[in-house]
Unconditional design. Structure first.
Length: 269
């Protein structure tokens, strides 16, 4: 009886700690829900910040161009190189272009692009908005009559939503080019013959699903980065936490969305 009473404060403390964590979690979910609703309420209402949207598209797209190019090429080349020995055992090396096209267009191109953008773009957005919050620039914009949410958040989310699908398409073709170089090196296949084999197994659903994935991934990266930065804690420590939180959360959500979209599109095949 005494032993039970002695352990009860510890149990009570654990329960209170768990309840606080659950409360904070559901509070964060609620705040994110309001944040997303606010975005849709303000993003498509005049005045529109076209110049800022174009500038953010440049920041997201053009400044990620080199990294996306190198990564896409390596993914296509390595995937083809690693797949060839297994298919060669069954004498099915002629299937390599089809295998590469299915893997890249259905999954790798949008997923790799989203992961790269989560690390580069998501962290940049989180750190930038967080530093503006720390230096009270966002508060100054509110006092001056400027709508900081519309100018800072809506433009960045729209930019990532627009630009990520374009980058994913580019990544897909660069990855196919990397796969072609490996196939041409081993099989001597021409570019035209390779591309004919690449598009044979692909259907309209594959391109549609890849586009939908890219749009969802782009929106997720933008909204997570902006949320982490816009509501970051004051202080220099908050800048690092916002950047790190934007990357980790965006990557986690990208994987979850990948699983959900694959399951949904699989029902239509």
């Amino acid at each position: 009886m005494e032993q039970a009473n002695s352990t009860s404060p510890a149990v009570t403390k654990k329960r209170s700690k768990l309840s606080r964590k659950l409360s904070d979690f559901f509070k964060s979910v609620y705040n994110i829900h309001l944040f997303i609703l606010r975005f849709f309420r303000e993003a498509f209402v005049a005045p529109f910040e076209f110049k800022e949207i174009v500038r953010q598209c440049y920041e997201v797209g053009v400044r990620s161009f080199t990294l996306i190019t190198v990564t896409g090429f390596i993914v296509g080349f390595i995937f083809t190189k690693q797949s060839r020995p297994s298919l060669l055992e069954f004498g099915a090396q002629s299937w390599i272009p089809k295998l590469v096209s299915i893997a890249i267009m259905r999954a790798l191109a949008p997923l790799v692009t989203a992961l790269i953008a989560s690390g580069k773009v998501g962290s940049s957005i989180g750190a930038e908005l967080s530093s503006m919050r720390v230096t009270e620039q966002i508060d100054a914009m509110e006092v001056s009559g400027t709508k900081p949410f519309k100018f800072l958040v809506c433009t960045r989310v729209l930019a990532t939503t627009i630009t990520i699908p374009i980058l994913a398409t580019y990544t897909g073709f660069i990855a196919l080019f990397g796969g072609y170089l490996n196939v041409a090196q081993n099989e001597g296949t021409s570019w035209s013959a390779f591309m004919q084999e690449v598009f044979k197994p692909l259907e309209f659903l594959d391109f549609t699903a890849s586009l939908i994935k890219s749009i969802v991934f782009g929106f997720t990266i933008g909204i997570v980065g902006c949320y982490q930065g816009y509501y970051s804690n004051k202080g220099t420590e908050g800048v690092g936490k916002a950047a790190n939180g934007a990357v980790v959360t965006a990557m986690f959500l990208v994987f979850i969305e990948e699983v959900i979209i694959v399951q949904i599109t699989g029902n239509f095949r």
